[in-house]
Design a protein around this ligand. Structure first.
Ligand SMILES: C[S@@+](CC[C@H](N)C(=O)[O-])C[C@H]1O[C@@H](n2cnc3c(N)ncnc32)[C@H](O)[C@@H]1O
Length: 215
């Protein structure tokens, strides 16, 4: 691992009223770190628990859909440098809150999620929805131009495997460090195999990073 991460000044101000969903002691924080950094962090037991949890949260998930939540994704696409616009894989897409925005930007979007209850509520016309586990992506090596993870677990080896040589990882936390599934950009770089560089910033309530392999 080595990093050249440029921190861009914020251009999108934060509106008042950011939900304070999570702090450093939120249980999802530890799980997120274990999955990103520990080889045994994702077990069948954990997968079953996480599936049940998000199946249970699926009804009403769209109610979390304040417009402000999209600010960091739009900002990442606008200021993240060159982002190839062909094949996008969205991991942990939930009810597809971000998927229409991705479908506007990319030629093709595959949105995958572990929770069928989440996935079945996703908009049908803006991407292929696939029930799958981010730890074993049903995607060929090096076939994806952009992997988008918004409030989603990072499975570093899989992201690295499926991403094309010149591809980018787009990491978004809609509520910044108040997001339950949160990693700072430096930790995403540290977790990914090999050497990465890129840009990161804050936008609205959230944070984002666009990362590419160092040449
Ligand atoms: C916090 S939600 C975020 C959903 C959506 N990206 C958003 O921002 O509204 C996390 C999502 O990741 C999914 N997820 C959890 N573990 C996963 C895994 N191993 N593979 C794929 N999806 C997973 C959950 O089912 C859930 O829909």
């Amino acid at each position: 691992m080595s990093a050249a991460l440029e921190h861009l000044e914020r251009v999108v101000p934060a509106a008042p009223g950011r939900p304070e969903l999570a702090g450093d002691d939120h249980p999802m924080r530890a799980v997120t770190r274990q999955i990103a950094f520990e080889p045994g962090g994702w077990t069948p037991e954990r997968a079953a628990k996480v599936t049940a949890l998000f199946d249970g949260l699926a009804i009403g998930w769209q109610d979390h859909g304040a417009e402000e939540r999209m600010d960091p994704l739009f900002d990442a696409l606008a200021r993240g440098g060159h982002i190839p616009s062909r094949h996008c894989l969205e991991v942990g897409s939930g009810t597809g809150m971000a998927t229409p925005c991705l479908a506007d930007y990319f030629d093709s979007v595959v949105a995958i999620d572990l929770s069928f209850e989440m996935l079945k509520r996703a908009p049908p016309r803006c991407g292929h929805r696939v029930l799958a586990d981010g730890s074993r992506l049903p995607v060929a090596d090096g076939s994806v131009d952009s992997v988008v993870l918004m409030n989603a677990f990072l499975f570093p080896a899989e992201v690295d495997r499926v991403l094309a040589r010149a591809g980018v990882v787009i990491w978004v936390n809609a509520l910044g460090d108040r997001t339950p599934i949160y990693l700072p950009a430096d930790d995403v770089v540290a977790a990914l195999p090999g050497s990465w560089e890129g840009v990161c910033s804050e936008a609205g309530w959230g944070t984002w990073a666009v990362l590419r392999r160092s040449t």
